[in-house]
Write a protein that binds this ligand. Structure first.
Ligand SMILES: Cc1ncc(C[n+]2csc(CCOP(=O)(O)OP(=O)(O)O)c2C)c(N)n1
Ligand code: SF4
Length: 283
């Protein structure tokens, strides 16, 4: 089925069966269903297989250095609050190379959607361990298996008081769509960590493995309960899937705190040159 946000002039360079295909479809459908105008959307990404995603979406995109999507997304949102800004990348890109930016973007509460394709491996560079690789995961570099504890993005985000923290499984695209839509509607930073199989370099964390080792949070779960969300974020096998935490009364988003709620897009601002001239002349 074709989508409004399809790009027809590019070949998609992912392996057949890669979980990235589902995420690409998901993002395009959510943008279309939320009636986002192409001209009002920007997707920022770094480097990696996941970070190729915006090249395949017919909207504005900004490709940056490895791990640097979040500060660029912050700058874009600051300069024009009216834009829908998405920062998209892999678990290595966002939590490893971009780990410092991950922390400070959440702390600032920039009003963006942060989509992380979490395949628990470095796909583009052929299968080294990433920050979310499971303990014992054997790779060509980690020949004896990963010895470190995996990075826990949900617990880190909650520790920094993120207002929207979610995990979805791309194997359940219907559920993932409901959650991603909510993330777009949240005002403030929203994290959506998407479990996404790399069918070539991660033969352990497959579609079946993600489904067998996760469960969907049911209607009895109260996503406004912060302490419960923190507890849930530490559950590993099985992993909870859905919106772990949503705080409607989140902090004032960074762009409002810096420029004010009614700030106009920077490109619409003009300067009175005569004032600058007289300032220069006063010295
Ligand atoms: C500063 C820097 N370090 C390392 C690399 C090499 N590199 C390119 S992509 C990548 C890993 C990407 O992994 P991930 O973000 O998990 O995305 P995936 O390819 O799995 O989607 C690395 C280490 C680079 N391009 N730049
Ligand atoms: S290497 Fe892995 S992440 Fe990259 S396209 Fe192939 S399956 Fe997808």
């Amino acid at each position: 089925m074709s989508h409004l946000f399809d790009r027809k002039d590019v070949d998609v360079a992912w392996c057949p069966g890669c979980g990235n295909f589902g995420i690409l479809k998901l993002v395009k459908e959510v943008l279309e269903e939320l009636k986002v105008q192409k001209k009002d959307c920007v997707i920022v990404s770094g480097i990696g297989q996941a970070a190729k995603t915006p090249y395949y979406v017919d909207t504005n995109m900004f490709g940056v250095l490895h791990g640097r999507a979040l500060p660029v997304a912050t700058g874009i949102k600051l300069s024009n609050e009216n834009l829908h800004v998405i920062a998209q990348g892999g678990d290595g890109d966002m939590y490893g190379e971009g780990g410092n930016h991950f922390i400070h973007t959440i702390r600032r509460d920039v009003n963006i959607v942060n989509i992380v394709h979490n395949n628990m491996v470095y796909g583009l560079t052929k299968g080294q361990a990433s920050p979310t690789s499971q303990k014992g995961f054997v790779t060509g570099v980690q020949v004896g298996g990963v010895i470190n504890e995996p990075f826990n993005p949900l617990a880190v985000a909650l520790s920094l008081k993120a207002g929207f923290v979610a995990r979805v499984n791309i194997g359940n695209i219907k559920h993932a769509k409901e959650v991603l839509k909510e993330a777009f509607l949240h005002r403030g930073y929203a994290l959506v960590d998407i479990l996404q199989p790399c069918v070539t370099f991660n033969k352990i964390n497959t579609y079946d493995w993600f489904s067998e080792n996760s469960y969907i949070l049911d209607d009895s779960y109260d996503a406004s309960d912060f302490e419960q969300a923190v507890k849930k974020s530490y559950e590993t096998i099985p992993m909870p899937i859905g919106i772990l935490y949503k705080n409607k009364n989140s902090r004032i988003p960074f762009e409002d705190a810096i420029r004010g709620k009614d700030a106009k897009p920077l490109h619409t601002l003009t300067h009175d040159v005569s004032k600058i001239q007289s300032l220069f002349e006063s010295y």
